[in-house]
Structures are given as C-alpha cells and as structure tokens.
Design a binder for this molecule. Sequence first.
Ligand code: CMP
Length: 235
Amino acid sequence: MAPTRLTASVLRTLPLFAALADDELAALLPSIRQHSYPARRAILRAGEKSDGVYFILSGRVKILLEDGHGREMLVASLGPNDFFGEMAFVDGGPRSATVEAYGACEVLHIPAKRLRECLQNNVGAVTLVLRTVVERMRKADRKIHDLALVDVYGRVAATLLETSLEEDGEWRVGPGCEQIASMVGASREMVSRVLRDMIDKGVICRKRRRLIVLDRAALADPSSRGTRNPVKGTA
Ligand code: CMP
C-alpha cells in the first residue's frame, strides 16, 4: 500500500489539529516526520526518554507492559487518529510502556517542543488530550478491577465477548489463545485450560483453528463464572 502523503489536510483529519488555522498547520508540517512500521516492530520502548508524541494515520498499535522475561500484558490497543507518547510528554518521565505495531502501520511523530507551542494557543486541543487521558485511566481502572476481583475464567469470558464479531451467522473471536492470555494477564497454559473447559461445556468451539462463541448468554452470566466455576486461578 502506498504511504499516505503528508499534507495540511491530512494533518487536519487528526482531531487534535482540526481547529488549527491554515498558517499554523503549514508552520507545523516541516517538523513532523512520517514513519511506517511492519507488524510487531517496536515504535518506542518502556523506560526510554521521550522524544515527542505520535499520531496514528493507519493501522493499529499495542500498548504493552513487559516483565523482561518474555511475558507481556496487552494494556490497550490504539488505532487511526489516536495518539500515544503523551505521558512522557506531559511529565518528562520515561516511557511508561512499550508501543508495538499490530500489523503494518503509519504514524506521525511530532517533537515535544513543537507540540507544546501548538497546544499553547489551543484550549480545544489541550481539552482533547485531557479527555483522552481520562478515558484511558477509566479503562485502566476497569482492568485493575478485573485483575484484582475477577478470576481468569471471568476475564477470558469477558474478552471473548468483547472480541467476537458476527460473520456468516457465527460469532468469530479475533485473538487466539496466546493473545487472549496477554490481554487478561494470565499464562497461556491457564487460558488454554479455561478455553478447554468452555469447549467441554459447549459455550465455545474451535473451527479451522478459530474460536467461535456458541452461547453468548452463558459467557455473560456471572453465575457461570467466579468461585463457583471449576477452573479457577489468577495466573
Ligand atoms: P508514554 O509513557 O510517553 O509512552 C508509552 C505510551 O503508551 C504512553 O505514553 C501512552 O501514550 C500509552 N499508554 C500507556 N498506558 C496506557 C493505557 N493504560 N492506555 C492507553 N495508552 C497507554
């Protein structure tokens, strides 16, 4: 796919820059760099110093927390028009997480100094950054809640519900076992045991290596999860 050509009108499609005047956008353009990344390539790593903020033009990225021994947790995934790298931009601290391309993706990089100048006269853009950070915090709170208070069975059930899409009359789950494990913060072995239990109960099935949800109501029913469920555990 040909890379997107960066122009003032492309920049204006990003919500943060929508309210800028033409001359402000034109002044910003020369300092913005466009990068393409293949699938699974790290765009920035946890602990690094900040060099600016990134905006996604196309594709998706994963926000990952890693333990340095090969285990990782998927904290969030972001797509077109989203930005990342704002945390180190705001507080000057190190990058809080690793950001990796899901599939091929295109991003724009704006140096911190230029973005700061641009936000100075743009209350709307500052409010948007704040609102986005608050939304992410709410989601992170929900994740902390689930990690602390919902068992692995319940977390897997919720993830299957969230990530399944109806196609040709069946509810097909996007991620596989390994990805679900990284989303729910449990080991692959534990998740695979939970999935096997769900298959045995007829709640899901495997078709051409893909998980299919057969009984959404059972997955959504908290009484079929939690401490009363035979498959328990937290990791
Ligand atoms: P920064 O810390 O500069 O670099 C890593 C980025 O990952 C961070 O900024 C945010 O943009 C993003 N990030 C970190 N935690 C979350 C989260 N819980 N939800 C969404 N994005 C996050």
